[in-house]
Design a protein. Sequence first.
Length: 256
Amino acid sequence: MAIPYDCHTHTTFSDGRNSVEENVRQAEAMGLELVVISDHYWPGDDDLSVRVRRIVDADAESPIHVVPGVEVTAQDTFGTVSLTENEAGLVRFVLADMGGSTKGVAVDPPADLDRYLANVFRATLSLVENPVVDALAHPFNLGRFPASVTPAQLPRSGLREIGAALFEADKAFEIMNQMSWWFPDMLEAQFTLEYAELLALMAAENVKFVLGSDAHSCGAVGAQGWCRRVMDLAGVEKSQVVDLPRKFADGLPHAR
């Protein structure tokens, strides 16, 4: 069940090792129809339009679709991100995550587990409700934060609320190929089973998915072996995955 795109790749514009052109060349080699260049955009970064022009030029030179995107991080539990609506208009796909700078989750988390989980779900819901966001990047990537929480520890009622919000807002949930990296203290097989259960719950809420490698070097562009494995375990069908090549071919401003 190959999905012919990669919605999540990084280049030397942020913390990737390779250039835009090298990522695109690897996407072509992998037989993809579309690749999103989704470098991080942090507070204080240089003019986003410079990146976008480079990506647009790469698209003009490539036989596949090269989409200007960006990955932003929630700065707090209210879903504040370093991207204005005007800046979001420069790109066509916005991924949003929780990362090392998210206050109340990765920075200064509450000691009480219930309060911590309330922060996680509040931040996630806020990202879903943010009008500039198209998809959640590697959702619930909590295994490397100070208060490590496994997928099985996440309250199912909260997950269903997130799923319903994603469906209502027509936002996507990323299945990210390197997700196990975020959970170094779990056996990979156990993590995959737990995350498959989480995906199955999202699928039951009619959530749509996108696939990304989170490539930080060109060699990982287009990798989706784990994505397909966990989708099989979760019973996620190809029809539940957003067809990004068709969406962008239809000329939609964003891929929601």
